[in-house]
Structure formats: C-alpha cells, structure tokens
Write a protein that binds this ligand. Structure first.
Ligand code: PMP
Length: 429
C-alpha cells in the first residue's frame, strides 16, 4: 500500500504538480494532498485507508453523495448499452426536457462536457447573436479557463482587463471588462461607457469561487435593468449553483425576490452530470437557434451528450425532485453552518457563515464579504490552520479559503454532529 506522500511524489514525476486540476495540490493550505481510492455516501477514503467526511463532493456534483444505488444502476445499464455513439440519442432529449422543465427561463439547451466549455460557448453565442464583442465579468467569479475569461481587473474602468494566465495574449482579453461584484456604481458607469458594445454580462449569482458571496438583490435588479436597456444578454453561470442551491437553481431565488426576473442565458454543469463529465448552456429559442447546424455560431463536441453521462445526470435529477429533497438538504446544511458558527463563537473566534440549499461558505472575519477584496481580507492563516485541524480529524473541507463547501443528501445528522464536534476541538486548538 502506498502512502499519500509516496503517491504525490510519484504523481509529480509524470503529471505537472502531481495533479490534473491545480487546487487539488493543496498549494494554498500546504501539506500533502490526499489521494482518494474510493468513496461511499458522504465519505471519501484515501490511499492510506483513512476515512473523511466529504464536504467537497467533487466540487459540487455529488449532491446525492457517492454511489447512490439508483444512479449507479442507471450508469451500469447505460454502460452496457454503449459508451459513446457520436450520434443523437433519446436520453439526450430526456435530459434536455428535464432541465428545461426545471429552468423555465430556457427554451432550448445544448449539452457539452465541462463547465469551461459551456461558459466559453455561451459567450461565443452571445457575441454571435448580438453582433457585439465586449463582455463584463466580475472579480472573484470563475467561469472556467477559456482565454477570454482568464482576466483580472485593469487599472480603472476606462481600461479593459489583464490576462491572469500566461499564454493569454492581451488582445484576446481586450474586450473583457472586469468589475467589482455587488458594486452598482461601477456597473452603471461601465454601461454608460460601453453599453452599446456589450454582448453580455456573465455572473455567478451566488459566487462560489470566492467562497460564498451572494449578489445582492439591488445589484441584481439593476444589472437586469441595464442589460435590458442596452440590449446586452444577462448570462447566469450556474455551474456551481445549478440544482444545488434550489431545485430551480439560483435564478429561481432571484425570481422570487425580483418580480419578472430571469436571465437571458444560463450555464450549468456539476449536478446535471451527477459526477460524470456533463455541462450545458441554454436560453431563448431565438438565441439558441443561432448555433450550428441552424445558425452561424459554431460549437461541437465528440463526447457531447454522452450516453453514460446523460444517464447519470438524469438519474441524479430524478432524485433531487423527490418531495422534500431540498428542504432536507437545506436543513442539514443549516445545521452544519449553525453548529460551526456556535463552536467558533464559544471559542471566541471571529467567524461568519452563509448557506443556501446544499452549498455553504464560512470566513474568519467579522462580517460576510460582499466582494473579492473583502474575501481576500479575511484571515487566511486561521483558515489554513482550521483546514488542517479538520483534515486531521477526518473532515475534508475545500483546501483553499476562496472555495465554497457542499453538503449532500447522504450526510446524516450524525455526520454533521461529528463535523461540528471536530470543529469545536479545532477552534480550541
Ligand atoms: N463556472 C463555475 C461557476 C464553476 O464553479 C466552474 C468550476 N468550478 C466552472 C465554470 C468550470 O467548470 P469545469 O471545471 O467543469 O470546466
């Protein structure tokens, strides 16, 4: 049996940094990443046989926990029928119908294989449909690693963004404007300057890539008004929040708070694949029909709508629609964050929490951050020590303070209680 350390050393010889996605390397928190050998329900087990209560859930998809029997059954059946055909299947129609039923802002949807691909394609479509080039994104929101989206704020509103990655030429991001999240004044000014050239605004409605930060209702209200007024498409990136914060996704929460609210396009991933590579983007028929083969905007994929992935996604969506599913998931998540909060307060540690459905965030600070600079101003050292103290106690939290956490339907009251007890010890330590 190899140890995590041995595997990490071996991995680093053949895979850059030893990982196939950077955050897995524990760079932010330090230490040796755990190599996972298997998972069951709310638990993951590392190469050394140690069990952890899993609050990452593959970064969101595993809303039912690992190895849900009905999902497993659907995947096994589908695998026997064939892995991939490169031709249309009835299952793709079923999944599209299911998604559209749950997200009424969309009339058509196209299936792809990753959130990156979905967000990138949505932007191409928004540009193709409007005939405009410019787009707005917000600091701290992540929409995958397409070139035009790997951008940080420029030196002021008059300038467009700078690449956040080597290998992205400045010309490629020259049309991407990066604004501060929840800042209405900046938004107004950006639309005043660039409104007529804006193809779209892409936003994580609840940002899960700067831990957990909600777009405020006034901010979202004004964003919707400005997009409508200037003819820019409002694109909700619900890769993380989709079918995770509510059955109708984050947009259903904003629609409750803002009369008549709906985004123009939406991007999904994670939960709709139930752990298989599957993502989607969709919107109104008039926009979606601009896509190839009907329209001039090209987009394609060898494994798009993969029959095993769609079976996994369909089986997952079926479970989360059972009566009481989201009520129970929300209650578990609430019990967890309330417990963490009480444990921190008892230890005199400045700590704030928030959650929605099966997604949560916590910060070592005095107030919930409203934007990226405020997230970055929270106590990183404390977070890192807490992360390791929890890991030692068998609780696997996201290994970076700018990531959200996820609770699954498989987490029992006993799992949550054990987590809170571990936190009580960790806060004391
Ligand atoms: N958008 C959001 C909101 C995400 O959280 C992520 C991934 N965490 C992506 C897009 C990219 O998805 P993927 O990793 O599947 O490419």
């Amino acid at each position: 049996m190899s140890t995590n350390a041995q595997l990490f050393e071996r991995a680093q010889r053949v895979i850059p940094g030893g990982v196939n996605s950077p955050v897995r390397a524990f760079r932010a928190v330090g230490g040796t990443p755990r190599f996972i050998s298997r998972a069951q329900g709310p638990y993951i087990f590392d190469a050394e046989g140690k069990r952890y209560i899993d609050y990452i859930g593959s970064w969101g998809p595993m809303i039912l926990g690992h190895g849900h029997p009905e999902v497993l059954d659907a995947v096994q059946k589908a695998a026997l029928e064939g892995f991939s055909f490169g031709a249309p299947t009835e299952r793709e129609i079923e999944l599209a119908e299911e998604i559209l039923k749950l997200v009424p802002s969309m009339e058509q949807v196209r299936l792809v294989s990753s959130g990156t691909e979905a967000a990138m394609s949505a932007i191409r479509l928004a540009r193709g449909a409007t005939g405009r080039h410019k787009l707005i994104k917000f600091e701290g929101c992540y929409h995958g690693h397409a070139d035009a989206l790997l951008v940080k704020a420029g030196s002021g509103l008059a300038t467009f963004g700078n690449p956040t990655s080597a290998g992205v030429p400045p010309e490629v991001v020259q049309h991407t404007l990066v604004l501060e999240y929840n800042n209405v004044a900046e938004l107004e000014e950006a639309f005043q300057r660039h409104g007529a050239d804006l193809a779209c605004v892409m936003i994580e409605p609840i940002a899960g890539n700067m831990n957990f930060v909600r777009a405020s209702i006034p901010f979202m209200t004004r964003l919707r008004e400005l997009c409508t007024q200037h003819g820019a498409l409002l694109v909700f990136d619900e890769v993380m929040t989709g079918f995770r914060v509510a059955l109708g996704s984050a947009q259903s929460l904003y629609a409750k708070a803002i009369p008549g609210f709906a985004p123009d396009m939406s991007v999904f991933g994670k939960v709709i694949g139930g752990g298989m590579p599957l993502a989607a983007f969709g919107g109104k028929r008039a926009v979606m029909e601009k896509l190839a083969p009907l329209g001039p905007v090209y987009q394609a994929g060898t494994l798009s709508g993969n029959p095993v992935a769609t079976a996994c996604g369909l089986a997952t969506l079926k479970q989360i629609q059972k009566p009481g599913f989201f009520e129970a998931l929300s209650a578990s998540t609430r019990t967890l964050v309330d417990g963490l909060n009480a444990a921190a307060k008892a230890a005199g540690v400045p700590f704030v929490v928030d959650c929605e459905g099966g997604m949560f965030g916590f910060f070592f600070g005095a107030a919930l951050p409203q934007n990226y600079p405020a997230v970055m101003a929270t106590d990183k050292e404390r977070f890192n020590r807490f992360f390791h103290a929890m890991l030692d106690r068998g609780v696997y939290l996201a290994p970076a303070l700018y990531e959200a956490g996820f609770v699954s339907a498989a987490h029992t009251a006993a799992d949550i209680a054990a987590t809170v007890e571990a936190a009580r010890e960790a806060f004391k330590a």
